[in-house]
Design a protein around this ligand. Structure first.
Ligand code: GUN
Length: 288
């Protein structure tokens, strides 16, 4: 039997397609607003404390938003800011009818209560879908960008997920639990483990689809994987000026059926979906 070549998922290509749709829709919406050409989706971004990764993510979000005609509004808080100041700012943004979408870039410095801050965001403006009300909601028109990115990738590679063994490696409840739910709905046999789970290696070896989001550079290598596994690598870590994923793809050969490279895989798709979600919230806002 000839072995199939591994498909490397081009996240930039998928992102371009999604951003193209958003751009067209924003343009079309503007066309009919002759009297008020300024009507565009408005996304508020809060960045709290100093975190190099967060700065990079946020600048990418702002840059890409600009290209599709979404206006961003950046609010900076320092590590010395009071939690109340942040909560008050979110309240102002919640009340501002011109703000359609709000996101708080994570992680926050340790002194802040992340759950409390996320919970303050009006669920109707919660573009990341991190608010507990949105985590449990039935309507799935707007889902968390990173979760939607996983679904887009599975669609792109035509991965049939029902009855497949899916392993999610994540230390984040916000990310992992909801994704587990989404994929279980699609009849996958899903398991979520922490990155320090004592059975981790055994579980990885069994997986038909591996979704890893630990941020531990290249901790998964070829020998640990099942033949023809699909890999979605959500982990990002920086070593010097190199960005690395959780999977060491250098020696992957044709072991996997597909994988998402880092950089250039999940990241750009997540940003594109954030913009799509901002547009959806804008449409809901002008129709309400
Ligand atoms: N930090 C890393 N990924 C994300 C994301 O998707 N949204 C937010 N708000 N923060 C992040």
């Amino acid at each position: 039997m000839t072995k199939k070549h591994t498909q490397i998922v081009d996240g930039n290509k998928i992102a371009k397609r999604i951003k193209g749709q958003v751009f067209k829709e924003v343009l079309a919406l503007n066309k009919y607003e002759v009297q008020n050409a300024e009507i565009r989706p408005n996304l508020a971004i809060l960045i709290i404390g100093e975190n190099q990764e967060s700065e990079l993510y946020v600048s990418k979000k702002i840059e890409e938003a600009k290209k599709v005609g979404i206006d961003t509004h950046l609010y900076r808080f320092s590590n010395e800011s009071l939690e109340n100041e942040i909560l008050e700012a979110i309240e102002v943004l919640n009340q501002d009818s011109e703000i359609d979408a709000i996101l708080v870039q994570l992680p926050l410095p340790k002194k802040f209560n992340t759950d409390k801050i996320i919970k303050k965001i009006d669920p109707q403006k919660d573009v990341d879908c991190f608010h507990p009300d949105n985590q449990n909601k039935k309507d799935d028109k707007i889902i968390s960008p990173v979760h939607r990115a996983v679904l887009e990738i599975l669609k792109e590679v035509k991965f049939k997920i029902s009855n497949k063994k899916v392993l999610i490696i994540s230390n984040s409840k916000i990310f992992g639990k909801k994704l587990e739910k989404i994929l279980k709905k699609k009849e996958a046999d899903v398991k979520m483990v922490l990155s320090d789970d004592s059975n981790l290696k055994k579980e990885i070896k069994k997986a038909d689809l591996l979704i890893s989001a630990t941020g531990k550079a290249h901790f998964i290598n070829k020998d640990m994987l099942k033949d023809q596994v699909g890999i979605i690598d959500i982990g990002i870590s920086r070593e010097g000026d190199k960005i690395k994923g959780d999977v060491d793809d250098k020696f992957l050969g044709d072991k996997a059926s597909f994988y998402t490279p880092v950089p250039g895989g999940v990241g750009p798709i997540t940003v594109a979906i954030l913009l799509k979600n901002s547009l959806e919230l804008f449409k809901k806002n002008i129709n309400s």
